[in-house]
Design a binder for this molecule. Sequence first.
Ligand code: FE2
Length: 445
Amino acid sequence: MKKFIKTISVVLVLNFILSVTAFAEPGFAYTDDVLEEFSPKWSQILADDTVISVTPGAAVGELRFAWLSSSTDSNPSFKVSESSDMSDAEEFDVISSDAIENLRSNKVTVTGLEQGKTYYYTYTENGIPSEAQPFTVQPSEDFTVLYVSDAQIGRSGDETLEEVLIRDTCGWNYTVEKMLTAYPNAAFAISGGDQFQSADSLVQMKAYLSPEALRSLPVANTIGNHDEDSTLYGEIFNNPNEVRELASSEAGTGYYYTYGDVLFITINSNNDFMFDTAKVLRKATQAYPDTKWRVVTMHHNPYSASLSDNDFSEERLFFSSLYDLYDIDLCLSGHDHFYSRTDPMYAGKITDGEGTVYVQSSSASGSNYDPLPETTASFTASAFDVRVPTYTAFTFTEDAIIGTTYRTDTDEIIDSFEVADNTTDSRVNIFTAIISFFRTLFSMI
Ligand SMILES: [Fe+2]
């Protein structure tokens, strides 16, 4: 398990601004003109009760969809065609179940898709088909994934006010547009949690799904602390390989999927019953033992720049110990609403290569930022203390994971780094887990 990280250019932004200049308040990247142009779209967003989500499937060639419909919609259908006129369309099974507010949750898993091909899909509400929406299955070699977190629609003020929701939604739409302009061929996106401010808000859910590009771009969403207390997350996102957990949240559980030679594992870090997290990691790595790369997403960050070197949080002690054991190359988080990245970490210590790199995204919409502490821990390799949304593009190649982080107002690169890995050979059992836990604990004393 040798891993090497080299910073290509930490000079681009010397991000350790040690004086506290930021406050927990919003900061949007868009101009007044952009907001003015966006605002009339709000009524359409509110009216779109059956907005559809697209999520990655279990592997390349599979894609998943989910939408809500009224309880009177007894026979929803979903079709995929290679033509925009939907000729020779193939119909896929829709699995429907009860959802919040007397709605129905409709889920579809589409399989047999070919890399490099463009397809079209339609779905129905009370028998009326939607417009045909295109999507392209991106090749799984040298592919790019866009990472964001905490769009948290409704966080910038009183979430009952329409103006608050409009400005947060505008910020999120702006970030999606920016990152897809820079990376139009991204395979999919990952959101690190807190998609909306209130877990059961249908309006905020519709606002989160409102960017038109999300009809075609799959997004793998994570259960944040703002998402966990409602079933809505599990009703509107159709995640693959969900792992049954003993202490699952109302929103759901961890899950996993692959794309090419990468295993992606999404952890529900609100669930602090560690046997559940270990189970998700075990199931995922047993199902896909040989992928070159292993990437975890969890909402809370064991090594956020907001934490100290000897922070005894459960995230540090339990989660990161498990990541050591399971040879996780990269851990993606959010929650603290500013960007930070660590050096490689193993057993609670910075290494010169071996271990996991922890990357935390800022707010994807601009709805809220937290301040950096006056001094940052020794493991913080980069942090960005400016109230501007960020996103990170990860390109997975045979030799390295190439990470590039952008601020969305100027499109400037604020961090650029590489993670490279070689082997994965751990055999994990209860004894190695205990040893890993104590190794991490002793490193902090
Ligand atoms: Fe958040």
